[in-house]
Structures are given as structure tokens and as C-alpha cells.
Design a protein around this ligand. Structure first.
Ligand SMILES: [Zn+2]
Length: 251
């Protein structure tokens, strides 16, 4: 009887696969694998080029694109005020289409979108993927977590860490200040996140000498990443690589 029930449930899930085929989370069109994006949505995505600041990852002006080696490319901001993190990378520019993906994931309870977004993280992580010991999400303040029910950065970080078999420490960083939603210019954002993060004193993992990947869904001005990297380095972390799906490009 139990074997029959098991068979029935296997058959049931096969039927579900058959009657619920995979759909693009943005256009709703049929796609051939879970998390797949339809060709129309895929072609509307705006990918970040190779020609970027090697620290913060901001696309550099076209005038720089003739340089074949990008190793020493540094934007003015990183040159004048080097951030606490070592490298920040994202795969997509924050455009209409990538914004739709992120907003559905963040506010639309469409957590299955993690399957669409994780491959972008993997592509963006190529420069440091083999050098890392630990994956952490940018934390939400507990009050915001209560309101939103989940931390989208933690869902991404968990999936990314599992896929690449890197240790994952969701509670390593804590958000101690309930900051306003990130709007406004760089200076406002910087003061907004000042002293907003700390390393969880109850955490069992010692950060000494570890290379850390810090994951967020969107990289905006880098103020949040910088504030997190600062406390992680103070706690002994060696290198901090910031990884995001999309990056806002300030002109
Ligand atoms: Zn830069």
C-alpha cells in the first residue's frame, strides 16, 4: 500500500510538472527550464561591460574602452576615497527589466525568482569565486524583516553558497540601526548607514584572515557595502568581495 502511495505521489509530481510548465517570471511566457527568462526579457537586459573600475565595478566612460588591460582601471571616487571592500561586482545594470525582476523578488513573494537571479551572481563572481571562504548576506534590520517576512539578500546568498559549496553565515552581520529606506544622494546614504552594522558577538566563526563574499540584490552607491566591509575588516576579515545582481549606474 505504501509503495502504491509513493508511486502515486511520484506520478502526481510528474503530472504537476506537466501541467505547470516553467514560465518566465517577468513575461509569463513558457521557458525550457526553471528560472529561465524568455528571449524577449533576456534581450532587454543591460549587461555590465568588461570596462569597469576594478574596485567598485562602475562602468567606465567609452573613452577607456580601447584599453585592452583593465587591471589598473580605477574610477575617480575609488582613487580619492578607496572603499573598505576590495572589489564589487554585479552582472546587470539597474534598468527597467532588471528592476522588474528585483522588485518581484523583493516585494512580490516570488521567491522562486532566486533560480533566475543566482546565475547572474555566479557570472559576476568569476574574478574572486575561487578565493573565497565565506558567504554573507547584507542583513535587514529585525523590524524590516518582520514587515517584509524575508531578507531577499539572504535567500540569494544561501542559494549562491550552496551551489558553490562555500560556507554560509547568515547571522555574521547584524543591522543595529533601523535606517530609512535608501534614497537620496551619496552623502545622505553614507550618513544613513554609518554605524548601522556590527559583527554578531555570538557568532561562532572567527573571521580572522577569511576572504568574504558579501551579497546584496542591488548595489546602489556602495555605502551599505562599505559600512559592512568596514566592520568585517575590523573583526579580522582579509578581503571583502561585494556581489550583487544589479548595479545602479550614477551618471
Ligand atoms: Zn570605483
Amino acid at each position: 500500500m505504501q509503495a502504491m502511495l509513493k508511486e502515486a505521489s511520484v506520478l502526481g509530481s510528474k503530472i504537476l510538472d506537466f501541467i505547470l510548465p516553467f514560465r518566465c517570471p517577468v513575461s509569463g511566457e513558457l521557458v525550457d527550464h526553471r528560472g529561465g527568462l524568455s528571449p524577449e526579457i533576456w534581450s532587454a537586459l543591460d549587461f555590465i561591460p568588461d570596462s569597469i573600475c576594478q574596485i567598485c565595478g562602475v562602468p567606465m566612460p567609452p573613452a577607456y574602452e580601447n584599453i585592452e588591460v583593465f587591471e589598473d582601471m580605477k574610477c575617480e571616487h575609488c582613487n580619492d576615497n578607496p572603499p573598505a571592500y576590495d572589489m564589487a561586482r554585479a552582472r546587470l545594470k539597474y534598468s527597467d527589466t532588471s528592476r522588474k525582476l528585483i522588485l518581484k523578488f523583493k516585494h512580490g513573494d516570488q521567491l522562486h525568482l532566486v533560480h533566475s537571479l543566482t546565475p547572474f551572481l555566479t557570472q559576476a563572481a568569476i574574478p574572486f569565486l575561487t578565493k573565497c571562504d565565506l558567504v554573507l548576506p547584507v542583513p535587514l534590520h529585525p523590524l524590516r524583516l518582520l514587515k517584509r517576512k524575508y531578507n531577499q539578500a539572504a535567500i540569494l546568498a544561501h542559494a549562491f553558497a550552496a551551489q558553490h559549496k562555500i560556507a554560509y553565515a547568515p547571522d555574521m552581520l547584524v543591522r543595529t540601526k533601523h535606517t530609512k529606506p535608501q534614497t537620496g544622494n551619496k552623502i545622505n546614504r553614507k550618513s544613513n548607514v554609518k554605524n548601522a552594522f556590527s559583527v554578531n558577538p555570538n557568532n561562532k566563526i572567527t573571521l580572522n584572515g577569511l576572504n568574504v563574499i558579501l551579497i546584496d540584490d542591488v548595489f546602489t552607491t556602495g555605502s551599505t557595502a562599505n559600512a559592512c566591509a568596514k566592520v568585517l575588516k575590523e573583526a579580522g576579515a582579509h578581503k571583502i568581495f561585494v556581489l550583487s545582481v544589479t548595479r545602479v549606474h550614477h551618471e
